[in-house]
Each structure stands twice: as C-alpha cells, then as structure tokens.
Ligand binder design. Sequence first.
Ligand code: KG4
Ligand code: ZN
Length: 343
Amino acid sequence: MRVLGLETSCDETGVALYDSEAGLLAHRLYSQVELHAEYGGVVPELASRDHVRKTLPLINELLAETGFSKQDIDAVAYTAGPGLAGALMVGSCIGRALAYGWGVPAIGVHHMEGHLLAPMLEDEPPEYPFVALLVSGGHTQLVQVEAIGEYILLGESLDDAAGEAFDKVAKMLDLDYPGGPRVAALAEQGDKERFTFPRPMVDRPGLDFSFSGLKTYTLNTVAKHALEDGLPDDQTCADIACAFQEAVVDTLVIKCRRAIEQTGFKTLVIAGGVSANTRLRERLEEALAKKGAKVFYARHEFCTDNGAMIAFAGCQRLVAGQEEALGIKVRPRWPLDTLEPLV
Ligand code: KG4
Ligand code: ZN
C-alpha cells in the first residue's frame, strides 16, 4: 500500500510517500521558521495560511520527483492532532478532499504517535516492547509501548515541555526562534563547571517532570549577571546555556533510567524535536549501556516535524484495515493513551 502523508500541525509543512513494501519513497519539508522569526514564536493564523499555500505545491513536487501520479496512491494519512486547530484543519481538509476525489481511504494520525514511530524508518528499527521518551515543543512524556496503539503513560511534564523550556531560555539569551538548536549550539562553548542548575523532581519517586522552576532559575541567573544591555557577557551566556542544557539532560536521563528499571525493558526510543539534541543522545547512550539497554532515535530530519512519520504511522493503521468515515475532525488536544491498538 502506497500512502501519502501530510503533516501540518504547527510550523512545518511536511509531505511524504511511504510504501508498505518498499519503505519510504520520498519526502518534502517546508519550514515556516522565517515567517515566524520576527514574532519570536509561532503565530497560529500565519501558520494556517502558509500551510494553505504550501501543501498542494509540495505534494506536486513529491509526485514529480518520484514519478508517481495520483492513481498510484492507495491512501492518505494526515495529522489530525494534537496541534494548532487551524493548522490541523488545513492538512485534514486537504487530505480528506484528495482521498475523496481519488476514491481512496484516509486516516487522521496522532502527531505524537508519528514522532514515536519515526525511529522505525531507520535501517535498524527498535523492537517492541520499549520505553519511549517523547520530547517535543509541546510534550515531555515517558510511555510504555507494547505495540502500535498500546501505550501506557508512565510520566509527563506537569508544566512546560522540555522543548518549550529550551525555546524560552533561548529568548532570555536573545537567541532567534526556534531556540532549542541555538541553545544547544551555544552550550557547546560553555563551561560545565561554572554554574550548577537544579535538576527538578529527581529526588521524588515517580516519572513526572517539571521544567518551569528551572526556567525561572535560568531567568534569575541571566538577570543576576546582566550588563547594561540586559544580557550577560558572551561567555556567561554560553555558560548559562550549558548549565541549563546539562540540567535538562540530566533530569531526562535520570527519569529514563528509572523507567527502564521499572519496566525491565532493554530498549529506549527517544523521539520529538529535543531527541535531536546531541548531548541528550550521548548521555542516554552512556547511562543506559550500563543497564544493558540500547537507545534508538530517528535521523535528525525525522526528529522534528515531518511528513514521513505521518505517512509511516498512517500506513501501519491503514494496512491493518483502519480508516475513518467521511468528515473532518481535528483534535487539538488528544491524549496518546486513548489510541486504539491495531487489531
Ligand atoms: O517535535 P517538534 O519539531 O515539534 C513539536 O511537535 O513540538 O519539536 C520542536 C521542539 C522545539 O521546542 C525545539 O526548540 C526543540 O524541539 N529542538 C531542540 C533541538 N532541536 C529541536 N531542543 C534541544 N536541542 C535541539 N538540538
Ligand atoms: Zn512534533
């Protein structure tokens, strides 16, 4: 089955063609970063309008590149939630309309299930069951994954998501949006020994997270060292970025290790934008190797939002016979553990 996947939940328009036999055939991504940069964050209305402009041309490019035509597409998968309501509506309306016009089934995919399954697109995919750490701009969750659609939430952030904390710290340091990769790059110039930031909630049992206190601590440190222009000197900014990243990474590592101990599983999957963070990958690999466990993640471009993960996740469900009745329903809020298993 050849599936067209569409991702439009936030600020990236992603399209992809995934074949249940041949694997990923091609994908295209258009990032709205420049559009939102001057506002320092995503403006939902602008995001929706840009998805309207970009989705169909990207699908045409994808078809031209692969040499396939609309007759070769067996089904359409689109992100139905969670995400920005207007942005989700664009992908859902286009996905539904194309499927209706082509006379093929369509399915609404859960964005975080897409992230969670993205490492399956790699040459050495993880095997079930595993623990998944989902770390994106909107989510920080630890999930016990028995199979596709069989998700048990082990813990989650009680306030800010890890990616959101990275983005907010970037703003404090006057770095451009999107902040996560910029804070990570600046942290490389920092001195790990200079500041030690708190590791939130690690002294309590359980697998929940909280990043808002760490964010305030970071803000206070910036204010304490600020010069006349409101920012600390360059080296201090780098040291702060480094201390912040170390605190987030350490906290995530401690909780992942705990989840692996609790479940007895030997596989950890990390997914979502923050799973692109090199320091997080290194530290998790090191910590879990000591427990005989292995860490899996997607290639960089499939850690952040993309169409390939949606085409893949949709394909698994469509091949299992799932599809949805006509009608367009988006779910800006959609708990992952309410999804149905494949059979
Ligand atoms: O998964 P994603 O593309 O979108 C959501 O579903 O939210 O994740 C975006 C988040 C942003 O907060 C971004 O700053 C963060 O992932 N991010 C990173 C890195 N790359 C992206 N955070 C830390 N280090 C990175 N290298
Ligand atoms: Zn995402």
